[in-house]
Design a protein around this ligand. Structure first.
Ligand SMILES: [Zn+2]
Length: 177
């Protein structure tokens, strides 16, 4: 829900006369906007939690957010959402927000994840506000990719026959109508 709230809050126009963010950042605007909505959604959760508006543990939200990246990236990195997911995954990895353990599982470092969340939010909002096309191009080509280690882990899920999504068979034919 907060992902969608973040879309609504902007930024929609650059602050340096380059027009709308969409026209300045061109083909990368969707990937950056989806990435913004994801990370600022978590930022808002964090803020509301600190104000006492949200119950339960903040760590639960962070763990779920991290798990969500693994789920989403199974759809691939080609779409705007996919690229945004990989930028976030690779950025988090570099910032130590999570580590891969010897047994092959991943572990979240909550303090470092919060630092990474703030840093990535700042980067994305600055790129949008400046309409920095070259900066976004660099970010997407540098981090919008699935690394070999992650791909190997995703292949494990494939091998275990864990479905990427559920497809419902429905309609008049299924009902025999
Ligand atoms: Zn969105």
């Amino acid at each position: 829900m907060f992902h969608e709230v973040a879309h609504g809050l902007g930024i929609k126009n650059t602050i340096n006369g380059k027009g709308t963010v969409r026209s300045a950042i061109k083909e990368h605007s969707s990937a950056l906007e989806e990435g913004k909505a994801d990370i600022l959604g978590l930022y808002m959760i964090t803020q509301l939690h600190q104000k006492g508006e949200l119950e339960s543990q903040l760590e639960d939200y962070y763990t779920t957010f991290m798990a969500g990246i693994f789920r989403s990236v199974r759809f691939g990195a080609a779409s705007a959402h996919g690229k945004a997911n990989m930028i976030r995954f690779n950025f988090f990895k570099e910032m130590g927000a999570f580590t891969k353990q010897e047994d092959g599982t991943y572990k979240v470092d909550y303090d470092k994840m919060q630092t990474a969340m703030n840093a990535l939010s700042e980067i994305i909002l600055t790129l949008q506000g400046n309409g920095d096309y070259d900066g976004v191009t660099d970010l997407v080509s540098d981090k919008g990719i699935i690394g070999s280690e992650l791909q190997a882990d995703l292949d494990k899920l494939e091998f275990q026959d864990i479905p990427v999504d559920i497809v419902f068979e429905q309609g008049t034919e299924v009902l025999g109508l």
